[in-house]
Design a protein around this ligand. Structure first.
Ligand SMILES: Nc1ncnc2c1ncn2[C@@H]1O[C@H](COP(=O)(O)OP(=O)(O)OP(=O)(O)O)[C@@H](O)[C@H]1O
Length: 448
């Protein structure tokens, strides 16, 4: 360690680029052409000083063969152990033509009194004096940014569900669905991927316009058309966690609680608001209690839930959101037409994504993927049937994965479905005709 200390003022130079860098100092020998920058492992609010931690992470991925001693540690929410160099080990690098030397040192205990153990460790970075500006203004921010993305890649992504007022982490995300495996309209798929990529690259833009970095997607379509699969593909593409909020859950929080639920660290996550069909607005006016009850029963409306939903959206749009760095909000429903219009305004839901029943093109893609071959005759028959029946991709996947002769199975399933649909349609027409012939028929008849 150098014995002559010259502590240069680096705080001003780095204040913009390097956050929390206060415990960084530069040491140099009077006549030496080298300068040494010390980054102390000072502990702050139970986490190491950011630059020290970033250095540790970054150097761990850049170990030179000359290193003889390394250490490994693994935190609970990380996929892999983090590797770091050990005390007194040195590594040399070249950054933009500047030769730098890194070394981890254990400082003498006597230098400190009443100071946390972590501060005893420091990274020393030595480089030629004339490159001080480059190291401070380019190299250190580069390390911070590299470490952030290494950490991000190593983070376990989780699925969290709301129970009461707190989020419970259930499991790590291990859903195999990606944009390569999901079957949907190709143009729509490209549009979604493009939108997500733009969102990912727009950190600077959002900062400039002073807006919270969030994007809202409304995904709608019948059950089994791939809405959840699409959410999984989005989470896999973005490397995000998922926070699943079932608004129908009985333990929906009361008004004041929403804020605390949302203030939970919802960063780099997809907040999925699920199946909120029951929260539709129906103006009941001066209807009697019985009628109101009937409407509630018919649509499964909960007015409390509706009020909560609007509050929730207001909070999401509200001023406090900038605390959240990156958030995707997905509203997933099987009945878009029943949603409150307040939800659909631009800015709240930036993109409306329709997941339809199975088209022939969807079937073709699924079948070729599952079977690995094309059967002209059966495919032609299936194409004809699909024009007349409503069947979901989930049903096709189920049939395709059933037996060895699954293509025949799909065709059989579709023929039966077509027959059943035709019979039901026939019955409906019959009862309508009956009603027209006997308009005085019972109320029950009218309802059917
Ligand atoms: N578009 C699709 N592409 C590929 N597989 C699909 C697609 N749609 C459905 N599947 C298959 O069907 C299963 C169920 O689909 P998924 O849960 O995504 O539908 P959903 O629309 O979210 O249904 P629900 O509204 O009931 O939650 C998936 O695990 C997947 O195997």
């Amino acid at each position: 360690m150098p014995n002559t200390k010259t502590v240069l003022s680096v705080v001003a130079a780095s204040a913009v680029l390097i956050p929390s860098i206060a415990n960084l100092c530069i040491l140099s020998r009077r006549f030496s052409s080298q300068v040494t920058l010390v980054i102390e492992g000072y502990e702050q609010e139970y986490c190491y000083e950011k630059l020290f931690a970033a250095t540790e992470t970054y150097l761990g991925t850049k170990l030179a063969p000359s290193i003889q001693r390394i250490k490994a540690s693994k935190r609970e929410r990380e996929k892999k152990p983090e590797i770091a160099i050990d005390i007194d080990q040195e590594i040399f690098y070249v950054f933009e033509n500047v030769e730098v030397k890194w070394r981890l040192v254990l400082r003498k205990k006597s230098e400190f009194q009443n100071i946390l153990q972590a501060r005893l460790r420091s990274y020393e970075l030595s480089f030629p004096k004339e490159h001080k500006e480059k190291v401070l203004n380019s190299y250190l921010p580069f390390i911070l940014q590299q470490a952030e993305s290494i950490k991000e890649d190593n983070k376990l992504r989780e699925i969290n569900c709301l129970r009461g007022l707190s989020w419970t982490t259930y499991t790590k995300i291990d859903h195999p669905m990606t944009f390569e495996t999901i079957v949907m309209d190709e143009r729509l798929k490209e549009e979604i991927i493009g939108d997500l990529n733009t969102f990912m690259k727009s950190k600077e833009y959002y900062r400039k316009i002073g807006k919270a970095r969030k994007r809202g997607y409304l995904i709608y379509g019948p059950p089994g058309t791939g809405k959840s699969s699409l959410i999984a593909a989005m989470a896999n593409l973005l490397n995000y966690s998922i926070h699943d909020w079932d608004l129908d859950a009985e333990n929906f929080p009361v008004s004041e609680d929403i804020r605390s639920v949302l203030l939970h660290r919802l960063d780099k996550t997809i907040l999925v608001i699920k199946d909120i069909d029951s929260t539709i607005t129906v103006s009941t006016g001066r209807r009697g209690f019985e009628q109101q009850k009937e409407i509630q029963k018919q649509f499964g409306i909960s007015y409390r839930l509706h009020a909560m939903l609007l509050k929730l959206l207001k909070f999401i749009d509200g001023l406090w959101l900038p605390r959240i760095n990156e958030l995707i909000i997905v509203v997933k429903t099987s009945k878009k037409e029943r949603l409150d219009p307040a939800l659909l305004v631009p800015g709240r839901m930036d993109m409306h994504i329709h997941m339809p029943y199975c088209t022939f093109s969807t079937f073709e893609q699924l079948a070729v993927r599952f079977l690995g071959f094309y059967h002209v005759e059966l495919f032609q028959e299936i194409q004809g049937i699909l024009e007349g029946v409503e069947v979901t991709p989930a049903e096709i996947v189920r049939e395709l994965s059933k037996s060895t002769d699954s293509l025949q199975g799909v065709a059989k399933f579709l023929r039966e479905k077509l027959e059943k649909d035709e019979q039901e349609n026939y019955k409906k027409i019959e009862s309508r005709e009956k009603l027209e012939d006997h308009p005085e028929g019972s109320g029950e008849d009218r309802l059917t």
